[in-house]
Design a binder for this molecule. Sequence first.
Ligand code: HEC
Length: 250
Amino acid sequence: MKKAIITFVLSLMPMLALAAGGGYPLDAIETDHSDKASLQRGAKQFMAYCAGCHATQFQRFERVADDIGVPHDLMKENLMSTDSKIGDLMFHNMDGKEAKVWFGATPPDLTMVTRVRGEAWLYTYLRTFYEDKKRPWGVNNKVFPDVGMPHVLMELQGVQIDSCGDMDPTTVDPLTGEKVCGLSVDPKRKGSMDPTHFDRAMYDMTNFLSYSAEPMKLERQSLGIYVLLFIVLLFIVTLLLKREYWKDVH
Ligand code: HEC
C-alpha cells in the first residue's frame, strides 16, 4: 500500500513541474553561491540589462560588494549609477505608474524572485523569449505567456523562433528519440553570444538572483557544520560523564 502511494506521488512529480512553468518543461540548475566569479558576472549583467527597470531594494550595494568579493571603488565605478552611494539600497528610478503605461505592468522587485518563482523557472524564463508578432514588443515567453517585459537580452541571444506552435514541446520522434520541435535562434538574426555561451550567462544571472534571495545561505551552511561538530563533542563528553557516574553504581 505504502509503495503504491509513493509510486502515485512520484508519477505526479513531472506534472507538478509542468504546472509551475505554465505547461512548459523547466530546465533545472544547481546554483552555487561560493562561485564568486559567477556571482560577479551575474551582478554585472543584472546592473547592465535589468536594473534600469527592476530594483532589488532589499539589498544594499555595500553588502553585495562584500559578499561577492568586489572592492567598493570597483563596485562604484562599474556596477552603480553615478548618483547612488555605496550604503544605498538597490532602488531604481523608474516611475511605477509610467512603467504600467509602457509595459502594461510595473516591473516587480527581483530580490526574492527565485524564492517566489523558483530557480528553474527563472533560468527557463530568461532563455525562452521567442518571436510573436501579435505581442506589443514582438516577443512572447514560454513560461510567462503574454509577458509585458520586452526581450531586453536580444542583442546577446538573437531572435528565437518557435517551431512548435500548438504542438507539445516535449514530443519526441519515436525513432530518433529527439525533440520534434522547440525554440532555436534564427540564423539570420543571431546575437553576440552562441546558445551555450548565452545559457552560461543566464546561469550566472540566476545564480546572482538566487544569492540575492538568500545572502546568508553560505554562512548558514558553514554554521550548520559547527553546530553538528558541537553536538558530536557534547555527545562524547556526556557519554564519558555517564560512564564516570555509573562506575560507582555498578
Ligand atoms: C524595459 C524594462 C525592463 C527591463 C530592462 C527588464 N524587465 Fe523584467 N519585467 C519588466 C516588466 C514590465 C515585467 C512585468 C511583466 C508582466 O507582469 O507582464 C517584468 C517581469 C520580469 C520577471 C517576472 C517577475 C514575476 O515574478 O512576475 C522577471 C523574472 C524579470 N522581469 C526579470 C528580468 C531580468 C533578469 C532582466 C534583465 C535581464 C529584466 N527583467 C529586464 C520590465 C523589464
